[in-house]
Design a protein around this ligand. Structure first.
Ligand SMILES: NC(=O)C1=CN([C@@H]2O[C@H](COP(=O)(O)OP(=O)(O)OC[C@H]3O[C@@H](n4cnc5c(N)ncnc54)[C@H](OP(=O)(O)O)[C@@H]3O)[C@@H](O)[C@H]2O)[C@@H](O)CC1
Ligand SMILES: [K+]
Length: 511
């Protein structure tokens, strides 16, 4: 699935009307009908009061269609027109007339705070105030209405996008956005649903296909590509019968320092679990015994330094290397990293402390090999690319960084986003239980293990982050979020692989 901008959706709308020879009112009917069906399937004719707040644009028009169909099916409906302007859209007016045909009760006209209705916590609110046509921050009594609705404990369903949110522009004021429990969105999820500053307003959503012209949408460059199960299934490379461990490559995990040897254990284990043929952990001397004991499958090469890495040199040829997990930032390690980066040729993942070393020694950036994968969490990213004004600015700055240094940047978060030049890939697997120590070390091992199996760096990142999130989701089913630890994610990688193909497709996060 792809994410398109509001501008692209308006263009798709126009082209669809021409190509399918339908009117915009017919397209609105199609959209509203599906939102009605969504509610109807869940409510099953229950007589719960449904309050539909309609703006005066086409989002409001959608609300009126939904209201009409609910009334026709015997629901207990209250419609309101949020009369913030006299410039009502054509399709709003068409549906304003139509709703009068099915009910003696006209939609209530709201012009000020005095018109706010009583809403009980068992009621349902349908938000059709503003859609993707929002062009300024809601203010005055309309802002107060949004706040009034937010204060209510009633279930809130937003049509297309929670009112007050721009589809693909930064937030004006978080106080003026409807906090939807659920959003039924048309054709494509909106970028705002995936970014930390705005995702909280649309924590759950369903995408409704309203049949916008496919050939147009296929020809357009999307804002981002969403990675969920169908894409991940396509990424998977099946194993051939007549193969041996060398076919699946040799991973080097360069990690650990005194007190942080667990990072090396976790990354190395994850690399094995994801399918690497051989894994060598390259650790300070104090890690030798630890690694041999906790992961007998791995080979261990130790640095001459007891507690930190002082030299990064191999007497074998790895197929991929993950570096940085728990290595610290000692000067000796910095100079070892510098030397290593100037010589390394194999596919590389740069994580954790090695990212911080790069941030503090920006001259090292020029040594990073092409298509290296950098896996910062937001704090590490900020140190690397500098502060940003908002989520969109962050993405632009990361794209610039990716283009300049020819690297892949994985911005870790609730929806992790892989940035590859100007292209964005939004991951949909994973859960809050994965915010736990060692989860990132496991991810580096996963990506390294895929790289060693000949997945190209972009694919290894995008597939790896999906698989890691899926493993976390599987582990959380048994353990819950709080108890989940990094080792559990690694243990569930096997089930994540199996889940890709053996289970019927389940509803994915946010969809
Ligand atoms: N794309 C598609 O294919 C399809 C789209 N469909 C639906 O259309 C929706 C988009 O409709 P839309 O373009 O009419 O815009 P919408 O969001 O209703 O609001 C615009 C109105 O609000 C006003 N306004 C804006 N900001 C304001 C503010 N802060 N405070 C006060 N007023 C403000 C603005 O007024 P003005 O700027 O003129 O004063 C204008 O009148 C889309 O989300 C989806 O639901 C479907 O029906 C089917 C197919
Ligand atoms: K809305």
């Amino acid at each position: 699935m792809k994410i398109f901008s509001a501008e692209q959706l308006y263009e798709a709308d126009k082209i669809t009307l021409e190509k399918q020879q339908i009117t915009s009112a017919e397209l609105m009917e199609r959209a509203g009908e599906q939102v009605f069906q969504w509610l109807h399937q869940r409510l099953n004719a229950a007589q719960v009061p449904i309050h539909i707040f309609c703006g005066i644009g086409n989002n409001g028009g959608d609300g009126l269609v939904v209201g009409r169909l609910l009334i026709q099916h015997g629901y207990n409906v209250h419609t309101y027109v949020v009369n913030c302007s006299d410039k009502r859209s054509k399709n709003f007016l068409i549906n304003y007339d139509k709703i009068k045909n099915v009910s003696k009760k006209w939609p209530a006209l709201m012009k000020s705070e005095a018109d706010f209705p009583q809403i009980n916590s068992e009621d349902i609110i349908v938000d059709a105030i503003f859609g993707i046509g929002l062009n300024r921050c809601p203010d005055g009594w309309v802002k107060k209405l949004i706040q009034y609705l937010n204060e209510s404990n009633a279930y809130k369903l937003a049509i297309d996008i929670p009112s007050g949110l721009y589809a693909n522009m930064p937030l004006d004021n978080a106080e003026a956005v409807l906090k939807a429990n659920f959003t039924v969105t048309f054709q494509t999820p909106k970028m705002a649903f995936f970014l930390p500053e705005t995702a909280k307003f649309a924590p759950n959503f369903d995408v409704i296909d309203i049949g916008l012209d496919e050939s147009y949408l296929n020809s357009e460059e999307p804002l981002a590509q969403i990675i969920s199960k169908p894409q991940a299934q396509k990424f998977y490379k099946p194993r051939e019968k007549f193969t041996h461990k060398n076919t699946y490559g040799h991973v080097a995990i360069v990690a650990g320092s005194y007190g942080k040897m667990g990072a090396a254990v976790l990354s190395s284990t994850a690399a094995f679990r994801v399918g690497a043929g051989l894994v060598t952990a390259y650790v300070p001397k104090c890690g030798y015994q630890i690694l041999q004991n906790s992961l007998p499958e791995a080979m261990v090469v130790s640095d001459k330094n007891e507690t930190i890495l002082s030299e990064i040199k191999f007497d074998f040829e790895p197929n991929s290397i993950a570096i940085g997990m728990g290595i610290g930032k000692d000067e000796i390690t910095v100079s070892a990293l510098k030397h290593f980066l100037s010589e390394v040729k194999v596919p590389l993942i740069i994580d954790a402390d090695s990212l911080n070393i790069l941030s503090e020694n920006k001259k090292l950036l020029k040594h990073i090999p092409k298509n290296a994968v950098l896996t910062p969490h937001p704090g590490e990213l900020k140190r690397l690319i500098g502060p940003w004004k908002n989520d969109y600015d962050k993405l632009e700055k990361t794209k610039k960084f990716s283009n300049k240094h020819k690297v892949i940047v994985l911005i870790k978060g609730s929806y992790s986003i892989t940035v590859y030049g100007d292209k964005l890939y939004v991951n949909t697997s994973g859960n809050p239980g994965m915010a736990t120590a060692g989860s990132g070390d496991a991810l580096s091992g996963v990506i390294a293990g895929l790289l060693s199996q000949n997945y190209d760096p972009l694919l290894a990142t995008v597939f790896g982050v999906y698989l890691h999130g899926l493993a976390g989701d599987i582990a959380a089913q048994d353990l819950g979020y709080e108890a989940l630890m990094a080792g559990d994610i690694i243990d569930a990688i096997s089930q994540a692989y199996l889940e890709l193909f053996t289970k019927p497709e389940e509803e994915e996060k946010g969809q």
